[in-house]
Design a protein around this ligand. Structure first.
Ligand code: SF4
Length: 141
């Protein structure tokens, strides 16, 4: 029996797509590649945002840059593009980067850019969960 491919945050497998132009390569996620087909996506790049880019956090449902610019629509667009890729490739599971305003699941930064966490999901994680795709962070695999 073949298992469905896994959508993964591209930064977790070594792609330099983070806001600071770096990666968050994680050996736990790379290990999944041995037995599963991984489909890497970065919703913020799919949204057309530059790399590097300013940091964003979610405040009362809006995605704001650290300079106060409301980029909610861009983040939603990127999430839709990533969802499209998940559908085309048949992903029913996702492993996404913890705490990101796009990819975080269960807890995200609180919008103060001070490193504090609140309960909540990033824009992509929320969208995938709505679609019935099982989402885990790298800390949960
Ligand atoms: Fe990684 Fe997601 Fe941020 Fe892209 S949007 S850098 S995939 S955490």
């Amino acid at each position: 029996m073949t298992t469905s491919p896994i959508l993964v945050s591209a930064c977790l497998i070594g792609v330099r797509c983070r806001f600071d132009g770096e990666t968050k390569e994680d050996p736990r996620v790379l290990k999944l590649a041995g037995e599963n087909q991984l489909v890497p996506i970065c919703p913020e790049q799919l949204a057309g945002l530059p790399t590097p880019r300013v940091r964003h956090e979610i405040v009362e449902g809006r995605v704001l840059s650290e300079h106060g610019k409301d980029n909610t629509e861009a983040f939603q667009r990127g999430a839709e593009e990533a969802l499209k890729i998940a559908r085309i490739t048949g992903c029913r599971r996702a492993v996404l980067k913890a705490r990101s305003p796009s990819c975080g699941k269960g807890e995200i930064y609180d919008g103060s850019f001070g490193g504090r966490l609140v309960k909540g999901n990033g824009v992509l994680a929320e969208r995938l969960i709505e679609e019935g795709i099982a989402v885990a962070t790298e800390d949960e695999i």
